[in-house]
Design a protein around this ligand. Structure first.
Ligand SMILES: Nc1ncnc2c1ncn2[C@@H]1O[C@H](COP(=O)(O)OP(=O)(O)OP(=O)(O)O)[C@@H](O)[C@H]1O
Ligand SMILES: [Mg+2]
Length: 600
């Protein structure tokens, strides 16, 4: 219950936010409203015309030309109504789509500024739901709901005034059931809304499940788990159907009820009004006009519930969106804008991921001169990826721990830091576009020769040329499927394309064979000799040639030095090296054994 009250309070300020969005388009909206008023006035005149026609018929004064005139008048009124109805819909719906577009753009722009930490803690599915459902709800609230509210108030007020002017007693009598309709609408509206939300929730669980199963289809098949997945899915589908039926049931009950109430109004009119006609208190024409006015009142009564509902939903959605839009990017610019030397220094760095308890890095210190190479090895989960992501400020290190060219990175502009780095993350991600566009991701204007040169450095130029469309071959769903090693090499070329000062390879050669790897590393060293690089690897051969090697374990640097020094040290590194040597020998033996025809 407490949550409910909290939401009510938020609703009002969110409603103000909705209105503010609408006011940005006040010109179009007010034009739309003027057109709407014109439509309403025309609608109010029509019964008057009928009243005249019927009265003249009843009194026997009707002539053919008079009736023709009235027929034409009614036609003209409907024509004008049609034109202005189009006009207000065009204006209002147009503005609401413009509000929709602005909101989408704002949301997208803002989401781009948020840090990886935000995405660690937020489900992408939720963000997608905001981008679709919430924005739709806001659009409906500011567009149709606002206009309907205005229409309902204007139309019902003027109708009631006309009715009272015609006959106040009859007005009071026949309007008795109407407040009940409005009340029912409000009550049922809430219930319908709640059921509608359950339907949406069930549906989003269902889609989420489908998405997950389809993306993980390889794993499911490999484990032969199709059947249990299927059962799970059909449970969700069943739930979705059940929620939909619950909603349909209440609709089915509710609509005839409203219809019945509206008919009660008509019945009262028929009884009381009929008697008045017989007594001659009102004319037949007045009776007919009165009944059409009464009919016009049912819609505003029903609209009230609908509008309140749309507004509530819109306000709740606006509130959710506003919460994202006001999430400050937790990683922000520092004041300094100078060009730092690409030398890295880390002093006593401790780090715990925000929102977690376990300390991931402890007292990490090292320095790397410009043009130098740092190799990092260590057990899985020892903090290697965390360390390099801190250097780029993808997460925020504590102040006074990470320095680029002697400057604390917390005081530097983010764009400056990021432009210095070329990063190849551990999990290769290529976009569904051509290979050329993937490499030229950061700068679309890179000439083709340059792309080819970069591809040659990472030893993939020849393979790309063999694809059906060469560099223009699409990657992913609509194109080729690259092998793990091919993806990694394209990703390295993409990192090189930004002409980085510091290249960071996080296990980025793990799927490439040792020989190719050695060739690539050699070429990197020769072609881009000024490049400072940080290379994370599990294979010692990858980092063997580095100027400085740091061995990590459980968040600490436990050993460091050159390859030779570390071997002499006879610690973790030396053990790892010997083990990998043995593995390699064993593999060679296997291979030669096979070649000799398996004589043993
Ligand atoms: N985004 C995150 N939020 C919270 N904890 C994280 C996050 N990323 C990593 N961790 C934790 O930090 C620790 C270090 O992870 P990290 O990815 O840095 O290890 P790693 O040395 O790169 O391992 P690997 O060799 O397997 O890539 C792990 O215990 C991991 O669970
Ligand atoms: Mg890692």
């Amino acid at each position: 219950m407490r949550g409910n009250r909290g939401r009510q309070k938020l609703d009002r300020s969110s409603l103000a936010l909705l209105l503010r969005r609408l006011l940005k388009h006040k010109k179009a909206v007010s034009l739309g409203l003027v057109a709407l008023v014109i439509v309403d006035v025309m609608q109010l005149i029509v019964p008057q015309v009928f009243q005249r026609a019927i009265d003249s018929l009843a009194s026997g004064m009707a002539t053919r030309s008079l009736l023709l005139e009235m027929g034409i008048a009614v036609l003209a009124l409907y024509l004008i109504m049609g034109i202005f109805r189009f006009f207000w819909r065009y204006m209002v719906i147009g503005s609401s789509h413009r509000i929709d577009r602005d909101l989408r753009q704002e949301l997208y722009d803002h989401l781009q500024t948020l840090s990886p930490q935000y995405y660690d803690q937020t489900k992408v599915g939720d963000i997608m739901a905001h981008a679709t459902n919430d924005i739709n709800a806001v659009r409906m609230a500011v567009g149709m709901a606002t206009i309907a509210a205005f229409d309902a108030i204007f139309l019902s007020l003027s109708t009631v005034i006309i009715m009272i002017a015609m006959n106040w007693k009859l007005t009071l009598l026949s309007m008795l059931p109407l407040p009940v309709i409005a009340f029912m609408m409000l009550k049922f509206g809430k219930l319908i809304h709640r059921r509608f939300e359950s339907v949406q929730k069930a549906f989003s669980t269902l889609t989420e499940k489908a998405q997950e199963s389809l993306s993980g289809v390889r794993v499911i098949k490999a484990y032969g788990d199709e059947e249990s997945e299927d059962t799970y899915f059909s449970e969700k589908a069943e739930d979705c159907a059940r929620q939909n039926i619950r909603l349909a049931r209440i609709w089915g009950f509710f609509q005839p009820l409203i219809g019945a109430l509206a008919m009660t109004s008509m019945a009262i009119l028929l009884g009381a009004g009929g008697a008045m006609v017989v007594k001659g208190t009102i004319t037949l024409g007045e009776f007919v006009a009165f009944s059409s006015y009464l009919g016009m009142l049912t819609w505003p009564m029903m609209a009230i519930g609908w509008v309140v509902n749309l507004w509530q939903r819109g306000a709740a959605s606006m509130d959710r969106l506003q919460r994202i839009l006001t999430t400050a990017p937790d990683i922000s610019d520092g004041p300094e804008d100078g060009e730092p030397v690409p030398a890295v220094e880390v002093r006593g760095l401790d780090f715990t991921y925000p929102g977690t308890e376990v300390q991931v890095l402890r007292d990490v210190s090292f320095s790397l001169r410009q043009g130098g190479t740092l190799g990092i090895v260590g057990r899985t989960g020892s903090g290697k990826t965390t360390l390099v992501e801190l250097l780029m400020r993808l997460y925020d290190p504590p102040e006074g721990t990470v320095f680029l060219g002697g400057k604390d990175i917390r005081r530097m502009k983010l764009a400056r830091i990021r432009s210095m780095f070329g990063y190849v993350p551990q999990e290769t991600f290529l976009f569904a576009m051509s290979i050329a566009d993937n490499i030229a991701f950061a700068d679309r204007d890179i000439p083709r020769e340059e792309l080819e040169r970069l591809a040659s450095i990472v030893d993939i130029d020849r393979e790309i040329r063999n694809f059906p469309d060469g560099y223009d071959t699409m990657v992913g769903e609509r194109g080729v499927t690259l092998s793990g090693g091919q993806k990694q090499r394209v990703a390295i070329a993409r990192a090189l394309a930004v002409r980085p000062d510091i290249l960071v390879l996080d296990d980025a050669l793990s799927s490439v064979d040792t020989e190719t790897e050695a060739a690539i590393l050699d070429r990197l060293r020769q072609d881009i000799s000024k490049l400072t690089s940080i290379i994370i690897a599990h294979r010692i051969s990858t980092i063997q040639g580095a100027d400085h090697i740091a061995v990590m374990d459980d968040g600490r640097i436990v050993e460091s030095g050159t390859h030779d020094q570390l071997l002499k040290n006879n610690g973790f590194y030396a053990d790892l090296y010997r083990m990998q040597q043995l593995e390699e020998e064993a593999m060679k033996d296997d291979a030669s054994g096979e070649k000799e025809g398996g004589q043993e």
